[in-house]
Design a protein around this ligand. Structure first.
Ligand SMILES: [Fe+2]
Length: 207
């Protein structure tokens, strides 16, 4: 079964309750995706796992601030999608499950693919004004000054299969047929409440 990121994105956004353009929304997933692909080229990490991590790791958040259980929720959500939207052998799925479950609170992991998933996420802390310290990253590839200080907007055209869906969601949400189409990204009641809470707490530092 070919991995269809667009199909997965469509499916998970049906139930995604936060703003699509929030701190942990679709643009963040796209940058994590791009970071992950760059790092995988240098380290040999499993690209399918890295891609699936990027699009799903924050998809089960219930707020933009402190939500320590969103990783395990993403892991279980991925279990329900396995076999319907993607296939992975048991060993690879265990690594993916592990990457979701531990991405907010664990420092590192023996497997390089899990390391790359976590580094790809942490490298996007620049979106909230934080340059990740090397000690918070797992791999030498991620600890370079270039990777830590890069400020990416969207992945370059053709580089990431998330670029097109992201642009479509931003500009023409109804074309993907999502139920949230009537809500302007970032302006939904839940989203505004979440952003308000995050601002009050000054805490959006989880990847
Ligand atoms: Fe994240």
């Amino acid at each position: 079964m070919a991995l269809d990121i667009r199909l997965i994105l469509h499916s998970l956004l049906e139930e995604y309750i936060l703003p699509w353009d929030g701190d942990h929304g679709v643009a963040h997933w796209a940058r994590v995706f791009e970071n992950g692909l760059r790092l995988a080229e240098q380290t040999g990490a499993d690209v399918q796992i890295v891609r699936l991590f990027a699009v799903l790791h924050d998809s089960r958040r219930v707020n933009e601030a402190t939500d320590p259980d969103h990783g395990p929720r993403a892991a279980e959500f991925a279990r329900t999608l396995r076999g319907r939207f993607f296939d992975l052998p048991d060993h690879e799925f265990r690594l993916l499950h592990r990457a979701y479950a531990g991405h907010t609170h664990e420092r590192t992991h023996p497997d390089v693919t899990v390391q790359i998933c976590w580094d790809a996420d942490r490298l996007d802390l620049g979106r909230v004004g934080i340059t990740p310290h090397p000690s918070r990253l797992c791999t030498g590839a991620a600890k370079t000054s270039e990777m830590r200080t890069a400020r990416r907007e969207l992945p370059p055209l053709g580089r990431s299969s998330l670029r097109e869906p992201w642009l479509q969601l931003r500009d023409h949400p109804s074309e993907l047929g999502c139920q949230h189409a009537a809500v302007t990204p970032g302006q939904g009641a839940v989203g505004l409440q979440a952003r308000g809470r995050a601002a009050q707490m000054g805490d959006v530092r989880q990847g």
